[in-house]
Design a protein around this ligand. Structure first.
Ligand SMILES: [Zn+2]
Length: 540
C-alpha cells in the first residue's frame, strides 16, 4: 500500500472519530431547567462517566457528541434531582414497619389502626407514629388508659407526629423503668395526674421509650433502607440530608452505597455520640456520602408545647416550653465540631431556642464566615434576631410544609408572635439563599408539596384561599433552587451536584408537567416520570 494513502486513511479514521465525541448518554428535545447561576434553560445535554459534559441546544449537542443511547424527551420538563435538605431517611425506613397514625381523625381511629397493624404484623413492642391531637375534636393529649386495657402485657409506644412526644402504656413504662419522682426525668417531660403517669412523655424522656424498642436485624435494616430509598426515588429525590444518625447507620449507608445497592446520595449528619466523634475527626466524603455536619437539639416542637419560647404559650400561660440541652453541653459539642472542621446544625423551633443557638454560634463564628453552620426549622424568630443569620452567615434551613401543616393552630400557641413564624422569604433575604426540606417522616416525602407550600402557602385543600402570611411566600425560581442547588450548598456540595452544568454529577429527573409554569391546582398532582443518578436510570 502506498504510504501516503495509508496516512490518509488513518487521518480519515481519526477525523471520523474525533469529529464527534463518544459519550454514554444524550438527552435531547427536553425542557431543561439547569438551575445554574442565571437560571438558564436548555434543550439537551451529554453525559459521560456519570457526569454532565455539555449542556445546550439539541443541534449543538448532536453536532459535538454521539452515543449509543439517545433519549428524545419530546418536550418533557427536566430538572436537577431534588435534594431534601432536612429529613430523617433512616427513620423513614424504620417507620415503614410501624403503624402509620398520620392523619387519624380521633384517638379511637389510632387504637383501631394499632390493632389492625398488630394483627397484620405482630410485634414484640407495638410501635406507631404520626398521631396529632390537633386533628381531633378533643385536642388534649390522650392518656394510656385504653392501651393498658387492650395490651396489658405488650409494651406500646406511639410517637406523636413531631417525634417530640409519645404516649406509652404501663408495660412500656415498666420495661423502660421510669418511676414517679424519677430524678432522671426533667421537669415537664412526664405528665402525671393523681400521682400516676398519664402515659404522655416528652423530649429526652420520650426518646428513652423510642430507644428501648428493639433494633431490627441487620438484614431487616437493609431491607428498610432500600425500601425508603425507593420511596425517595418515586418522588424525585436523588439526594437527602439525614438530620442526625448513629455511627452504625452511617456505616450501613456507606456499605450499601459502596456495594452499589444504594444509589441515593446521602448527606448524613452525626448524632453527638462518642463513637461518631471518634470516627469523624474531619469531614468524610465519598461519591455518594457526605459526613460533614453535627446535629444538635435546642428544644422540642410547638404542637406538643415543647418549643422553647421567650414568653409563655398564648394558650398555656405558665409554660415556656423545654430547652433540651444546657449551654455548657451545647458549647462543648460546638467546640468539638469546630475543631474537626464540621458544620453544626441545631434544631430550633421556639424564639428562645433560635436566639440561644444564634448567640452561642456567634462565639465560634465571630462574624461573616464560610463554615455554613445551620439552624434547622428556624420556626419562630423574634423580630430583632433575623439579622443574626446574616451577621454570622448562619444558614436558616426550613421546611415549607410545616407552615401549611401548623398554620391553623399555631396562632393559638403563639398569638401575634406568629408574624415572625415560618418566615421563609424573610429568612431567605438574610444570606440571599436558603435550603428547603420536609422533615419526613414528620411530613410527606413528596418534594413537590414543599414547592407548592413555599410558593402558594396553602395546604393540599388549597386553603387558606388568600394563602398564609403571603409576604413570606418565595418565587418558583427560588423554591426550585432551595430544593436543588441551595440544598447542595448547605452541605458544601454545590461544586458537584444541584444543577445541570458540565462537570457535575448527572442527577436529574423528568416530571409529567412543568411545575415552573403549571397552574396552582396542577402542581400538587405532579408525578415523577424518571430519575437518573450519575447518568444511570433508577428503577422505582
Ligand atoms: Zn428533623
Amino acid at each position: 500500500m502506498n504510504r501516503n494513502f495509508f496516512l490518509w486513511g488513518c487521518m480519515m479514521v481519526m477525523f471520523g472519530c474525533s469529529s464527534k465525541e463518544q459519550v454514554d448518554l444524550l438527552v435531547v428535545h427536553a425542557r431543561i431547567y439547569t438551575v445554574d447561576n442565571n437560571f438558564s434553560k436548555a434543550e439537551a445535554f451529554a453525559v459521560k462517566d456519570g457526569r454532565f459534559v455539555a449542556v445546550g441546544s439539541t443541534a449543538q449537542i448532536r453536532a459535538k457528541y454521539t452515543s449509543d443511547v439517545e433519549l428524545d424527551m419530546q418536550g418533557a420538563s427536566l430538572y436537577p434531582g431534588f435534594h431534601d435538605a432536612h429529613c430523617h431517611f433512616i427513620s423513614l425506613g424504620k417507620s415503614l414497619q410501624y403503624a402509620d397514625l398520620r392523619g387519624a381523625a380521633s384517638y379511637q381511629e389510632i387504637l383501631d389502626r394499632v390493632a389492625a397493624h398488630q394483627t397484620a404484623h405482630p410485634m414484640e413492642w407495638i410501635v406507631g407514629a404520626g398521631w396529632d391531637q390537633n386533628l381531633w375534636e378533643d385536642k388534649n393529649f390522650p392518656t394510656n388508659r385504653e392501651l393498658n386495657r387492650l395490651y396489658p402485657k405488650t409494651p406500646v409506644v406511639l410517637k406523636r407526629i413531631d417525634g417530640h412526644a409519645v404516649v406509652a402504656n404501663e408495660e412500656a413504662i415498666r420495661r423502660v423503668g421510669i418511676k414517679i419522682n424519677d430524678a432522671a426525668v426533667s421537669t415537664g417531660e412526664a405528665q402525671v395526674k393523681n400521682g400516676v403517669f398519664t402515659g404522655i412523655f416528652l423530649e429526652n424522656t420520650a426518646d428513652r421509650f423510642l430507644n428501648a424498642v428493639p433494633e431490627p436485624s441487620t438484614e431487616e435494616q437493609i431491607r428498610l433502607v432500600l425500601d425508603a430509598a425507593k420511596l425517595c426515588y418515586q418522588y424525585g429525590l436523588t439526594s437527602v440530608s439525614d438530620a442526625g444518625i448513629s455511627l452504625s447507620s452511617i456505616e450501613l449507608l456507606d456499605t450499601l452505597q459502596q456495594q452499589g445497592r444504594l444509589k441515593l446520595r446521602v448527606d448524613a449528619w452525626m448524632e453527638p455520640s462518642e463513637e461518631n466523634f471518634k470516627r469523624f475527626k474531619a469531614p468524610y466524603r465519598t461519591d455518594r456520602l457526605t459526613v460533614s455536619c453535627l446535629k444538635l437539639y435546642m428544644d422540642g416542637a410547638i404542637g406538643s408545647r415543647g418549643a422553647w419560647m421567650l414568653a409563655p404559650y398564648s394558650d398555656d400561660p405558665k409554660n415556656t416550653g423545654i430547652p433540651v440541652i444546657t449551654d455548657k453541653q451545647f458549647m462543648a459539642y460546638c467546640q468539638k465540631a469546630y475543631n474537626a472542621g464540621l458544620q453544626v446544625a441545631t434544631h430550633c423551633i421556639g424564639d428562645a431556642a433560635n436566639r440561644r443557638a444564634l448567640d452561642l454560634y456567634a462565639h465560634f463564628l465571630k462574624g461573616e464566615n464560610d463554615l455554613r453552620w445551620r439552624v434547622e426549622h428556624a420556626q419562630i424568630i423574634a423580630p430583632e434576631d433575623f439579622e443574626k443569620f446574616k451577621k454570622y452567615s448562619i444558614i436558616p434551613s426550613v421546611q415549607p410544609t410545616h407552615a401549611t401543616s401548623d398554620m391553623f393552630w399555631a396562632i393559638d400557641r403563639v398569638g401575634s408572635r406568629l408574624r415572625g413564624g415560618y418566615a421563609n422569604q424573610e429568612l431567605k433575604d438574610q444570606l440571599g439563599w436558603i435550603p428547603f426540606g420536609t422533615d419526613f417522616p414528620v411530613e410527606e416525602v413528596n418534594p413537590v408539596y414543599t414547592f407548592f407550600a413555599a410558593v402558594f402557602r396553602k395546604n393540599l385543600d388549597f386553603l387558606p384561599q388568600e394563602g398564609f402570611q403571603m409576604e413570606n411566600a418565595v418565587s418558583r425560581e427560588d423554591a426550585l433552587r432551595a430544593m436543588t442547588i441551595w440544598a447542595a450548598k448547605a452541605s458544601f456540595d454545590e461544586g458537584v451536584k444541584g444543577s445541570i452544568e458540565p462537570g457535575k454529577w448527572a442527577d436529574f429527573i423528568v416530571l409529567d408537567r412543568d411545575i415552573m409554569t403549571a397552574g396552582e391546582r396542577e402542581i400538587p398532582q405532579a408525578k415523577v416520570v424518571s430519575v437518573f443518578i450519575a447518568g444511570e436510570k433508577i428503577d422505582f
